[in-house]
Each structure stands twice: as C-alpha cells, then as structure tokens.
Design a protein around this ligand. Sequence first.
Ligand code: NAP
Length: 348
Amino acid sequence: MKKDKYNVAVLGATGLVGREMIEILQERKFPVNNLFLLASEHSAGELIQFRGTDYAVEPVSADYFKSHKIDIVLSSPGAAASSKYSPIAAKEGAVVIDNTSFFRMDKDVPLIVPEVNPEDIKYFSKKNIIANPNCSTIQMLVPLKPIHDKYKIKRIVVSTYQSTSGAGKKAIDELFYETVDILNSKAEAASPDKFPVQIAFNCIPQIDVFGEGGYTKEEIKMVQETHKIFHDENIGVCATAVRVPVMFCHGESINIETENDFALKDIQSLLSNAKGVKIIDNIFSDSADERYPYQTMVSGSDDVYVGRIRQDLSVKNGINLWVVADNVRKGAALNAVQIAEILIDNYI
Ligand code: NAP
C-alpha cells in the first residue's frame, strides 16, 4: 500500500548538494515523515533547519541503516563514501538516489533525467539504487531530448564553461580567497588545492583527471552518460570541459547535427514547449534579460535556459545552442528530488 509520508535520509547533508536537497524537499513539500541528516564525523552535531525545526547532523556508519527505517536516501557524500554506504542502505530496504559518479555506468542502475528517460526508473529494484547523471550531462540532454526525438541527433560537439560550485563547497572558497588575495595585491595567492592551477582570473581546460585519448574523466562521462540515457551508442559526442571563475551555474556551447532536415522555427517551437526548458533568445531586445541566458540570471532557477539558437551554416542540419543551468540545483539536488517524486508516485 502506498505510504502518505516517507522516512528520508540526506547523506552528505552539509555539502552544497545536500543542503540544496533539504531546501528543495521543503520547497516542493515532499511528504517527509522522519528526516535524517548524515555526513562525516567532521560535521556531526551541526544544526540544519528543515521546515522551521533544527535537525542535528549525524555521522554516517554502516550500522546506521540497520538501526533506522529509511525509505529513501538522497546521497551526495562523494564517490568513495557512496560506494561504501549506498549498497548497505539499499540492502536494508531504502531506495538510494545517488548523485556521485560511482554507480552511473552500472548496467543494473538506472541513470535518470526526469524530463528525458523517466520510464527507466522502473529498473531501480535491481539494486535499489538510481543514479543522477553528471551536472553537465543533465543540462545538455534536457533541451536535446525533443530535438533527438523528432530529428535524430547523430553528433554533439559541446564545450562547457563550468562553475566552481561543481567541485563542492571548498572549491567556491578557493575561487573567493584567490580573488581576494590577488585584488589585495598579495604577492601570491594561496596554492591551489581543488583545482590544478589558480582558478581566479583563469579558465582551466581540465576537469578531473586525464584519461584515454587525452580526454578528461568529465568529458568521457558526458559521452558515456549520453549513450546510456538516450539508449543510443551511435551518437557521436565530443566534449571539452572547462572550469571558469564563476561561482554558480554551468554554461555550455552545444553544436549538434541531425539526421533529418528541420526548419529552425520548429526547433525553437520544440524547445519552447519542452518540459524544464526556458528560452531567452531575443538578441536585439533592449533588455539584457531578454537577449540570452547568463549565470547570475539563472542561479537558483529550476529550468535549463537556452539561448543563441542558430543554424550552423557550415554543415548540413547543424544547430548551435547556448545552455545555462544551475548545476547544484537542476544538475544535482532538484534532479534527485524529481526522481524521488516519480518513485513515490509510481513505485513505492
Ligand atoms: P561538498 O560540498 O564538498 O560536500 C560533500 C558532502 O559529503 C559533505 O556533506 C561531506 O560531509 C560529505 N562527506 C564527505 N566525505 C564523507 C564520508 N566519508 N562520509 C560521509 N559523508 C561524507 O560536495 P558537493 O558539491 O555537495 O558534491 C557532493 C557529490 O555530488 C559529489 O560526488 C559530486 O561529484 C556530486 N555532484 C555535485 C554537483 C555540484 O554541482 N556540486 C553536481 C552533480 C553531482 P562533511 O561536511 O562532514 O565533510
């Protein structure tokens, strides 16, 4: 029998994604019965408000999931901790919705963007784990889905402009303190920790480690996750992921080629009717907010914003898009809560 309310644990509750999840559960009035906030030993006892009540953060342990009856775990404690705790929570009967990269390519774990492949959620029971894709993949596929359905995309070339919040709370601090140090004319900013080189006043063409063919892990994730979510291994995906000195929201310049001929007007119309997409594309408007989306406009929003919609004149059936989304929100926390909503409406 369907429950009225669910016991929800947020694992990684003190992180950027975890805190946003708590906010979104509250905003969307998710039917929470008991809420459990979990993180490492380091932040045990920290208080976080939910619906006007202070909740103390507890240190996660394997035994925690045995001694507490939890229905849903919203997980974002990093890949190593998730690989350890998610299977234990799942074995104890919870459904884990995991934001880390660890389970994304597991064939028994559905990888879900609710606007794109909600039907795949039904496979969750193989492991009781559902994976959230990488933030860059999510915001790319939300607007590409209706175009792919109608005109069949055969190739995607994407360059990302990724904000520092994509690398967690310490990464935002690193941008902030480096900027302050440099503006205060300190001889040298503190040495980089979260990024390979100074992020302040730089664009860094490296996110995560380098792998096969000179591509970074972030770039390879965008290729593999696109194939899994679209159920199409034949789409060519070429990604270049760049970290930029911006705090929130990733930008993406996306170029696609379709198999079938299209009229640009129809692409605009498909995008304006697409779920979760907002178009800002009046380049000649007197108002800056109507010309194209940008980071400070989009921060805190649920939608994936699309602008600069143009035909690529250098190739048959080519389209260019500029896409901006809040990486902590639609790229992680909101996507996970949307999955949880589908789960409780249909499956648990
Ligand atoms: P963050 O701000 O650095 O937060 C990390 C969280 O994980 C904190 O709550 C931390 O708790 C907890 N944690 C770390 N090690 C732990 C352990 N051993 N056991 C239990 N909890 C532990 O990072 P974030 O940005 O929230 O990202 C979290 C995960 O989501 C990462 O896997 C990331 O790749 C993924 N993700 C992030 C984004 C984004 O835009 N930020 C987007 C998509 C996916 P303490 O405070 O106790 O250390």
